[in-house]
Design a protein around this ligand. Structure first.
Ligand code: F6R
Length: 264
């Protein structure tokens, strides 16, 4: 795992977006794993800008989202399908047929989870998995005690996650209590993982995920076992990390980050 600390949330999102753009240019048929939420909205806005201003080409790319609420139809304004269409898919030249989310409205949810896993495998696996982190330490909706080897399945959301997402639904009562989510094991199978976290409210959980013990109580800590995981944080989210100077040293000296150090 490596940790990159950027001054602001905008700078952190910018680095994540530029990294994605570089991987897309290197491999136009890339398979992205994508996340939704407030943190990612910034990343998608930057990618859309790169597409409009710089011709960033998504035409051969495929995407698999981490999760979807159970019981919401794809055209429901609170669904993650709607979120993705609004923030990215409708604004770039991606082929919508290559954009996948679990169907939270499927008649047989277990069969849908198996189908999703099969589809990811059929597409050759995920090349680049973008992740956020919830205050419970979840990645996707892998709430505390999710098995490290878990696969795509239905999970109950914790009260804290329901509360975290209530603002988007108007009130906690309207937040679905279940979601289909890729498992921790599904995420760890991705060839590369990039976790983006910004804001002071993420500082405690970022410190536990990065510098704490690997534990299923904090699903994101499983990323410590991943061969190629980069955690990008802003100063606020980094504020409780003990080894900030070490992470900055690595960023200054690691050849991969040379093009990203000074330019926006
Ligand atoms: C959603 C997802 C979640 C979010 C996390 C952070 O698809 O994967 O794990 O990334 O809940 O959400 P925000 O960015 O809204 O704080």
């Amino acid at each position: 795992m490596e940790v990159i600390i950027r001054p602001t949330a905008g700078d952190a999102a910018n680095l994540a977006a530029r990294l994605m753009a570089r991987c897309l240019r290197d491999k136009p048929q890339i398979v992205f794993g994508l996340a939704t939420g407030r943190t990612m909205a910034r990343v998608y806005a930057i990618l859309v800008e790169m597409h409009k201003a710089g011709g960033l080409d998504f035409s051969l790319a495929s995407t698999f989202n981490l999760d979807e609420y159970v019981g919401l139809a794809p055209d429901d304004e609170q669904s993650y399908r709607h979120y993705m269409n609004m923030h990215l898919f409708d604004l770039v030249n991606i082929d919508l047929r290559n954009t996948y989310l679990p169907d939270g409205n499927a008649p047989d949810l277990n069969a849908e989870c198996e189908r999703y896993e099969w589809l990811i495998g059929e597409r050759g696996g995920i090349d680049f998995q973008l992740l956020g982190i919830g205050r419970t330490g979840h990645i996707g909706f892998n709430e505390p005690l999710s098995a490290m080897f878990s696969r795509t399945r239905v999970k109950a959301l914790t009260p804290e996650t329901v509360e975290q997402n209530a603002a988007l639904f108007g009130s906690p009562e309207r937040v679905p209590r279940h979601a289909i989510t890729m498992g921790v094991g599904t995420i760890l199978d991705a060839k590369r993982c990039v976790l983006l976290a910004t804001g002071p409210e993420k500082s405690d959980i970022v410190a536990r995920a990065v510098e704490g013990p690997i534990t299923s109580m904090v699903s994101a800590s499983a990323l410590q076992m991943h061969r190629r995981c980069t955690v990008i944080v802003d100063q606020d989210a980094a504020s409780r990390l003990e080894h900030q100077e070490y992470y900055e040293w690595i960023f200054e000296n690691e050849p991969e980050w040379e093009p990203y150090r000074y330019k926006k």
